[in-house]
Design a protein around this ligand. Structure first.
Ligand SMILES: *Cc1c(COP(=O)(O)O)cnc(C)c1O
Length: 242
C-alpha cells in the first residue's frame, strides 16, 4: 500500500476510535481530556508510527523490547512518548529504561529491582511504573499472561514507591479471559478501579488507570480508566502472534 493510502486509512481508523472515546466519555459524564489514547503499534512498522505522529498521536506502546527499541530509535526526534506494556524479563530492564517513559507491566519485585538499577545507572528521569494486575488470579486461575494477583498489589506498589529512580503511577490490567470475570470487562474494570482506590489511599499520586483495548475501551472508560491502549482498531488486525 502506498504511503498516502495508508495515511488515509490510519486517519479514518483514528477518527473512528476518537469518536468512540468521545462518546464513551459523554456517556460516563467524563471530560474527553480525562482519557489518554495510547496507540499500540506492535507488529506494525516505524513508518506507521511516523504517519500516526503526523496525525497528532504522541503516545505509543509496544510489548516486545527488541521491536520497541528499534522502533523508538527509528522515530527518535519526533518527540514521542513510549509505553512498555508486555511481559518483561529482568535482563531487558536496562534496554527498556533506555527509551520508555512508562512501564505498565510491573508484576514482581525482581523486576522492580532491575528497573530501579537500570534507571539509577543511567542519567534518565525517573521511570513511571504501573502495577499490572492479573484479575483472573483472584479466582485462582493462572492465566500465564503476567500480572500480580490483586492480593499482591500492595506489596509490589510499596516496593515501586521505595525504589530509587521509579515513580509509582498507578495500575494496569487486561480484561481476563478466564476466571469469574471472563467475558465481563465492565465488572473486571470496576474491580480494577477498586484496587486503584485502595492504592491511592497509600499513595494519592498513583492516579493512572490503564485499561481498555480495541474491543472493550467503552467499558474501561465507563469504569474510570485514564488511559486506553488501542492497537488493532487503529492499525488493523495483526497477523497471528501479535
Ligand atoms: C496488543 C495489546 C493491546 C492492544 O490490543 P488491541 O486489541 O489490538 O487494541 C493493549 N494492551 C496490551 C498489553 C497489548 O499487548
Amino acid at each position: 500500500m502506498s504511503r498516502a493510502r495508508r495515511e488515509v486509512e490510519l486517519a479514518a481508523n483514528l477518527a473512528q476510535v476518537e469518536e468512540r472515546i468521545t462518546r464513551a466519555c459523554d456517556a460516563a459524564g467524563r471530560a474527553r481530556a480525562d482519557v489518554t489514547l495510547i496507540v499500540v503499534t506492535k507488529t506494525y512498522p516505524a513508518e506507521d508510527v511516523r504517519l500516526l505522529a503526523e496525525l497528532g498521536v504522541r503516545e505509543f506502546a509496544e510489548n516486545r523490547d527488541q521491536e520497541a527499541s528499534a522502533k523508538a530509535a527509528q522515530c527518535a526526534g519526533l518527540g514521542l512518548i513510549w509505553h512498555f506494556v508486555g511481559q518483561l524479563q529482568t535482563n531487558k530492564a536496562r534496554s527498556v529504561a533506555g527509551y520508555a517513559d512508562w512501564v505498565h507491566s510491573v508484576d514482581r519485585v525482581r523486576l522492580v529491582t532491575a528497573l530501579s538499577a537500570a534507571v539509577v545507572n543511567s542519567s534518565r528521569a525517573p521511570l513511571n511504573c504501573l502495577v499490572q494486575v492479573a484479575l483472573e488470579k483472584e479466582s485462582g486461575e493462572e492465566g500465564g499472561r503476567g500480572g500480580v494477583a490483586p492480593g499482591g498489589v500492595r506489596e509490589l506498589a510499596e516496593a515501586v514507591a521505595a525504589a530509587p529512580g521509579l515513580r509509582l503511577a498507578g495500575v494496569m490490567t487486561v480484561a481476563p479471559l478466564t476466571g469469574v470475570l471472563a467475558g465481563n470487562p465492565r465488572a473486571a474494570f470496576e474491580r480494577l478501579m477498586e484496587i486503584s482506590r485502595n492504592l491511592r489511599a497509600i499513595d494519592p499520586a498513583a492516579t493512572m488507570v490503564s485499561a481498555g483495548m480495541s474491543g472493550d475501551l467503552e467499558a474501561a472508560i465507563a469504569a474510570g480508566a485514564t488511559h486506553v491502549r488501542v492497537g488493532s482498531a487503529v492499525l488493523g488486525v495483526r497477523a497471528a502472534l501479535g
